[in-house]
Design a binder for this molecule. Structure first.
Ligand SMILES: Cc1ncc(COP(=O)(O)O)c(C=O)c1O
Length: 412
């Protein structure tokens, strides 16, 4: 076996034009990649080139340019499908983002398959995008809604599963693979087995996993998996939902209109084949091409190398940040989390922390991170969150730690 080449963040940074700038007179340290990642030149160039040489609407024209556009778009679908090891690219639906993919499943599967006596199981660690749609569809259908609780260490408490199952018929388990708030890597394969033992489906929110670790839907054994291009070096405006073919074929469509039909008559409309049945209207065409280029980029760096590098960055960040007086850290050990560190400084509002860091050119997030149930569990309204990616340098983490010491001085 060949050793995995180490990731060279300094070299990779040269691919990201936006990082070569100053903010408030200091070099930009972008430590907010969990909310959205920056884009390498390879992705920007692929999109510009597509617009300049191959752009037309897809699947519609018989002329050469439309065929070229369709080839670019469908080629991107192949790449994105391979990226998650989908058995077939027909099972890979382009969406606007992970949120839309999760809504698609909640509506198109949930409305017809849930009812009183059934249970939808999410976790206390969910992003609102994998919480609110299920809560809403459970209410509409009369199904129960339960959360897998968290341990003190910020991991899912799987011991609680049997208790939950005793309260009804579990029909859906929906959790994230990686938490955007704590970085926790969740055992989605074990949850998928548990769900299937009960004839339930397993829905994986991979918005935060896809940028950071190699994903294999067949190895996980899930039924649906949603993610967004913008968090993985791709453009905003496009995401993907992978779904098991048997389920997708049985489901009603989610959006209705152009492109998703087979035949439209006054009396009745019939639906097109997969994946088109779920892709109503003009698709994010150039964005999909950019998504494909992002996948190429991540593959060229190596997902294992990215994951390993992030574990190292997190371990280093936790070591450095621990030195700050009054720091409260959340989440599990570095080897069980992606490149995300959530914390508070006692007595200082997270927004003030982020503001002082901005004076130093260090961009981090402050807020509830679309995870209000988690904030409730932690007993806080908000946290600060620094998140890292393949272009993050250890020096930027040093600047974060120095900035936090400054926060301590400013606020006493
Ligand atoms: C874990 C998780 N799920 C879902 C989402 C929603 O992603 P999007 O806003 O791209 O739909 C995010 C984005 O922050 C996320 O981190």
């Amino acid at each position: 076996m060949e050793a995995q080449p180490r990731l060279d963040a300094q070299k990779l940074r040269a691919d990201f034009p936006i990082l070569a700038q100053e903010i408030n007179g200091k070099p930009l340290a972008y430590l907010d990649s969990a909310v959205t990642s920056q884009k390498p030149r390879q992705v920007l160039d692929a999109m510009t080139n597509f617009y300049e040489t191959a752009y037309a609407n897809v699947h519609r024209g018989v002329y050469s340019l439309a065929e070229r556009a369709t080839e670019g778009f469908e080629g991107a679908r192949e790449k994105v499908a391979r990226f998650v090891n989908a058995p077939s690219s027909r099972e890979l639906i382009f969406t606007r983002n992970a949120t839309e993919g999760l809504n698609l499943v909640a509506y198109a599967w949930g409305l017809n398959n849930l009812g009183p006596g059934d249970l939808v199981v999410v976790s206390e660690l969910e992003h609102h995008s994998n919480f609110v749609p299920w809560q809403y569809i459970a209410k509409r259908t009369g199904a129960g809604f339960r959360m897998i609780p968290l341990t003190e260490g910020g991991e899912l408490d799987l011991d609680a599963l049997e208790g939950i199952a005793s309260e009804g018929r579990v029909k859906v388990v929906a959790t994230n693979y990686v938490s955007n708030a704590l970085g926790t890597i969740n055992p989605v394969d074990r949850l998928a087995s548990w769900a299937h033992e009960r004839d339930a489906i397993m829905v994986v929110d991979a918005a935060q996993a896809a940028p950071h670790l190699a994903i294999d839907v067949q190895a996980i054994g899930c039924d649906f998996l949603a993610f967004s291009a913008h968090k993985m070096c791709g453009p905003s405006g496009v995401g993907a939902l992978w779904g098991r073919r048997e389920l997708l074929e049985k489901m009603e469509p989610f959006n209705l209109g152009g492109h998703m039909i087979r035949k439209v008559q006054f009396e009745e409309t019939t639906w097109g084949d997969l994946p088109h049945k779920f892709e109503a209207g003009t698709s994010p065409i150039a964005e999909a091409v950019g998504f494909g280029a992002a996948v190429d980029y991540l593959n060229s760096v190596g997902l294992e190398a990215i994951e390993q590098y992030e574990h190292e960055l997190v371990a280093y960040a936790l070591e450095r940040i621990q030195e700050i007086p009054g720091i409260v850290l959340y989440g599990p050990a570095p080897e069980r989390r992606a490149g995300i560190v959530s914390f508070n400084i006692e007595g200082v509002h997270p927004h003030d922390v982020a503001q002082v860091l901005d004076w130093e050119g260090v961009a981090i997030r402050a807020g509830h991170h679309c995870c209000q149930p988690l904030m409730h569990r932690l007993g806080v309204a908000a946290t600060n969150r620094a998140s890292f990616y393949l272009y993050t340098l250890p020096e930027e983490i040093d600047r974060l730690a120095e900035g936090l010491l400054r926060v301590r001085k400013v606020f006493g």
